[in-house]
Design a protein around this ligand. Structure first.
Ligand SMILES: C[C@@H](C(=O)O)C(=O)SCCNC(=O)CCNC(=O)[C@H](O)C(C)(C)COP(=O)(O)OP(=O)(O)OC[C@H]1O[C@@H](n2cnc3c(N)ncnc32)[C@H](O)[C@@H]1OP(=O)(O)O
Length: 288
């Protein structure tokens, strides 16, 4: 009965009658990659900014709206970032051609507009965004132009958000009759707080950068790329090791249980008395 409802492309692909609930993220990525268009590229080791990787969303005729294959690319990007994480201190997520991401590519959205496909997309994207949030280094979304719908969810999942002064950001999912479906809800609540999150979602207001900085959603506003790079260079003065330890401790403490405090203690003790601490202590640095 379920198979009668799904699209032709799904029927062609799904020869072994898989149900959406049985779709692993890997299976969902394989399936969604058949919805082509756009790409996600990743540069692991930037020359100018050591230890800072860059992930770029690129679907120029759709304001970087994500197609199925871009969602699959994001999934595979997490594989690479998790594998090559040793020397990374940060990941920048950005869009090409002066805009961040306008959410789902609406042409793709229209093709997968049924509950089963929605479930498959959500199962992949929520898995990917959770992995993004748990990367052992910090993630920074660089928001230029528009971050709408799923694009705003993706930005919400990053540890830090930096936006251009003229950026526009909105959780506009309600305007097309849905809720966030990329797994970003917990991060939206984390960034805004409970009531402000519900307000942003239920009004679907498109905010400007200044408004979002006042609400604590944005950490920094930049005017030029040079300003952004100046902001980024702040992270270069701290070694990779303590950055990763801080991320680990902060993630664990989101839970605020006894086990989480134990992670904090272990992370702290793993650095305390180590070579790095001793070397830096011996420099007698001033921090004015
Ligand atoms: C699905 C859901 C989810 O959570 O999964 C969501 O993401 S909900 C959010 C889904 N996203 C949206 O509803 C965004 C709809 N788009 C817009 O509001 C607007 O296009 C803006 C993104 C504000 C950009 O406006 P602006 O006036 O600067 O440019 P424009 O409208 O001429 O856009 C340039 C071209 O990109 C296309 N375009 C823009 N956003 C698109 C999208 N998400 N999917 C497919 N095409 C898109 C436009 O149709 C237009 O195509 P032509 O040049 O051929 O005319």
């Amino acid at each position: 009965m379920f198979l009668k409802r799904i699209s032709n492309s799904f029927r062609q692909f799904s020869t072994n009658k898989l149900k959406p609930a049985n779709f692993t993220p890997q299976r969902a990525a394989e399936y969604l990659s058949t919805f082509e268009g756009g790409k996600v590229t990743i540069e692991l080791y930037g020359k100018e900014f050591p230890g800072i990787a860059t992930l770029t969303l690129d679907n120029p005729t759709k304001k970087n709206g994500l197609t199925g294959s871009m969602m699959a690319d994001l999934h595979y990007s997490m594989d690479r970032l998790e594998k090559d994480e040793q020397n990374l201190r940060a990941l920048i997520i950005q869009g090409s051609n002066g805009t961040f991401c306008s959410g789902g590519d609406l042409d793709f959205v229209k093709k997968i507009c049924d509950s089963d496909h929605g479930y498959i997309m959500c199962s992949l994207m929520s898995h990917t965004l959770t992995r993004l949030s748990r990367l052992p280094f910090i993630s920074i979304s660089k928001i230029e132009g528009f971050a709408l719908g799923g694009g705003a969810e993706l930005a919400s999942t990053c540890d830090i958000r930096v936006a251009h002064a003229k950026a526009k950001i909105g959780f506009v999912q309600g305007r097309i009759g849905v809720t966030p479906g990329w797994g970003g809800l917990p991060f939206i609540v984390r960034n805004f707080g409970y009531s402000r999150a519900l307000e942003a979602l239920c009004t679907a207001k498109v905010f400007n950068s200044l408004e979002l900085q006042k609400l604590g959603f944005l950490q920094e506003i930049y005017e030029t790329n040079a300003d952004f790079e100046k902001y980024l260079s702040r992270y270069l003065s701290i070694e990779v090791e303590p950055i990763k330890a801080m991320k680990k401790g902060v993630i664990a403490l989101q839970k605020r249980d006894l086990e989480a405090f134990e992670v904090e203690r272990r992370v702290f003790a793993s650095l305390w008395g180590g070579e790095l601490q001793k070397a830096l202590l011996s420099e007698n640095r001033k921090h004015k």
